[in-house]
Design a protein around this ligand. Structure first.
Ligand SMILES: [Mg+2]
Length: 280
């Protein structure tokens, strides 16, 4: 597939793009929902893809909820998948950090309670600010309660030699009120203070894609569907997948988003207004 943004002319218009694929890795924020609001048409499109026998795996850099909670939210929208079909950068980063810290090893987590739960579930011991200097690993993910005490604690842990992992470098998170500071903004503070660079577990790096593709071993023609060029499209491309950019979230053509499609490299294989357009 080339760099073009349109489907080749020889495709009959009556054949939806979804017919080209057996499976989809689907981003959540900006694709399925924005904040608490479903993207119009997306839940119905996902239910139709499942009914057509397509393999779906949801891949999100947002570790704010555990997979079972995302599965419940999807089910409430009529999209019924098991929690094993939902892979977050939280799962990927928890595995990396737990492996670095060893069984029962201390890990300092800057992130939401759900992320701390995932790190514990991988066998590590989550330590609070006071114990941070003894941490074997630091995990960073944007959350609303990020503060200077966490920044200081992370610096102390990193200066003492802890390994540094983060869920992503996504600078922002789409919300119904516009873009909010994301993990990349928080991570920049941590990295700047410590003079260290984190290993990224989420998109566009390979860890999350490897977990997602392992969940659908039978699917041969797989596409990544996402709204962010720098994570979904770049990561999908690097993972050898077809990439479908939807304009319902961060990378909108109206310039409201923080990314520029015209100058993006790599370019997405397909550009659609939203997920529902996969079936039109
Ligand atoms: Mg997104």
């Amino acid at each position: 597939m080339g760099a073009g943004c349109e489907r080749p002319d020889e495709y009959p218009a009556a054949v939806p793009l979804s017919d080209d694929f057996d499976g989809f890795l689907v981003d959540l924020d900006g694709v399925v929902w924005i904040g608490r609001e479903p993207v119009p048409g997306s839940p119905e499109a996902l239910a139709a893809l499942l009914a057509a026998g397509k393999e779906l795996v949801f891949v999100t850099n947002n570790p704010g909820r555990e997979p079972a909670a995302y599965a419940e939210r999807l089910a409430a929208l009529g999209v019924v998948v098991g929690p094993e079909r939902i892979l977050t950068a939280g799962i990927a980063v928890a595995r990396l950090a737990a492996a670095a810290a060893g069984e029962g090893g201390p890990v300092f987590v800057i992130g939401a309670p759900a992320l701390k739960g995932l790190v514990k579930a991988e066998g590590a011991r989550v330590v609070e600010v006071e114990e941070a200097p003894a941490a074997a690993a630091v995990v960073v993910s944007g959350h609303r309660d990020f503060d200077y005490a966490e920044l200081l604690a992370s610096k102390r842990a990193l200066d003492a030699g802890a390994a540094l992992f983060a869920t992503s470098r996504d600078p922002t998170l789409p919300t119904p009120e516009g873009e909010w500071p994301g993990t990349g903004a928080v991570l920049a503070a941590v990295e700047t203070a410590a003079g260290r660079r984190a290993e990224i577990a989420g998109k566009p790096e390979r860890h999350l894609f490897e977990l997602a593709l392992a969940a659908i071993p039978g699917a041969e023609r797989v596409a990544m569907v996402g709204d962010r060029l720098s994570s979904d499209v770049a990561g999908g491309h690097a993972a050898g997948l077809a990439t479908i950019l939807v304009l319902s979230g961060t990378s909108g053509e109206d310039g409201a988003g923080s990314e520029d499609l015209a100058t993006a490299d790599p370019q997405p294989d397909f550009v659609l207004p939203d997920l529902a357009a996969l079936l039109r």
